[in-house]
Design a protein around this ligand. Structure first.
Ligand code: SF4
Length: 302
């Protein structure tokens, strides 16, 4: 019997990634070589095309020759990084997603009002590192990744504090962490209940809606993409028997289809539609698979 394969929507580039990719491609054509301190987007296939074009990755702005071109990634950079690039006379191409830019702007305003920041997210992720840098002093921003980090927080009696979240976290996990944070710091403030972006939320909603009846969910995306990893976790926590993350058809193991009667295919917000279509064509052309589109409500990038 054929495997029923649901192709989930929305999928493919979100608006922030589309913008950064288009800027990077134009800069490549215009300048050839330019510098980055972080992958423009967290997608191996796209970044491989950038390295081929002559893009150079460095670990700090200070390594970039004066007068060169630097592009900031869709995840943004801290204000002191922008200031250093300006000091060195670099031509700045700012690929920061507007959603992240707005969160950074709120964080800067809150810190100017004398508030401490608590950031819920992954302390090693570029977006969180940039958000820490929005506080006037790094000691005024603390990162929590889970409930046990909250236990370790100092006492905030008499101190005003606002929390922010990374934009690509698991929506349901964030709610639980926020509840715990409010128990520990009852006077904690927030500009919005969380900062999870529309693209992360919509993709997770669709995966959550279908996963219980799936033997396998394939997320097309890179291992260092936060929203790709969250989609895989969402599929498993919503009841999928198995869920895997693959960059493209090249690293998909066909053995995974053994015993599968229903599967779903989705992608991170940093995977192009071309890579997804290539995967779907490979599935349909190699295995006994019947595809069908699936979405919930009124999803779709805006
Ligand atoms: S996933 Fe969300 S925050 Fe990240 S680039 Fe896309 S729209 Fe922006």
């Amino acid at each position: 019997m054929s495997i029923k394969c649901y192709i989930l929507s929305p999928r493919g580039f979100c608006s922030g990634v589309k913008r950064a990719v288009s800027m990077a491609e134009q800069v490549c054509k215009l300048y050839g070589t330019f510098y980055v301190i972080e992958d423009v987007i967290h997608n191996k296939i796209f970044m491989d095309s950038m390295w081929k074009c002559g893009v150079v990755k460095v670990t700090s702005i200070d390594e970039i020759p004066d007068g060169s071109v630097v592009m900031f990634s869709s995840h943004g950079v801290a204000p002191h990084v922008v200031a250093r690039a300006e000091e060195k006379g670099l031509t700045i191409i700012d690929g920061t997603c507007p959603v992240i830019k707005a969160v950074q702007s709120d964080a800067i305003n809150e810190t100017r009002l004398g508030k401490k920041l608590i950031i819920i997210g992954d302390r090693a992720h570029a977006e969180v590192i940039a958000l820490i840098g929005c506080a006037d002093k790094s000691t005024n921003a603390l990162v929590v990744s889970n409930e046990s980090d909250i236990e370790m927080l100092p006492n905030f009696d008499g101190i005003t504090v606002t929390y922010f979240t990374q934009t690509t976290l698991d929506c349901t996990r964030v709610q639980a962490i926020v509840e715990k944070l409010k128990e520990k710091i009852p006077h904690i403030e927030a500009i919005s209940p969380d900062n999870i972006c529309y693209a992360t939320r919509e993709r997770q909603d669709v995966v959550r809606a279908i996963s219980e009846s799936m033997d396998l969910v394939v997320v097309i995306g890179s291992a260092h993409s936060s929203n790709a990893r969250r989609l895989r976790e969402t599929a498993l926590s919503a009841g999928a028997r198995n869920a895997v993350l693959v960059d493209s058809k090249a690293n998909f193991d066909g053995e995974l289809l053994s015993g599968v009667s229903a599967m779903a295919v989705t992608s991170s917000a940093s995977t192009s539609e071309a890579v997804i279509q290539d995967f779907i064509n490979y599935l349909a052309g190699t295995f006994d698979v019947m595809t069908e589109n699936f979405s919930v409500g009124n999803n779709g990038d805006s």
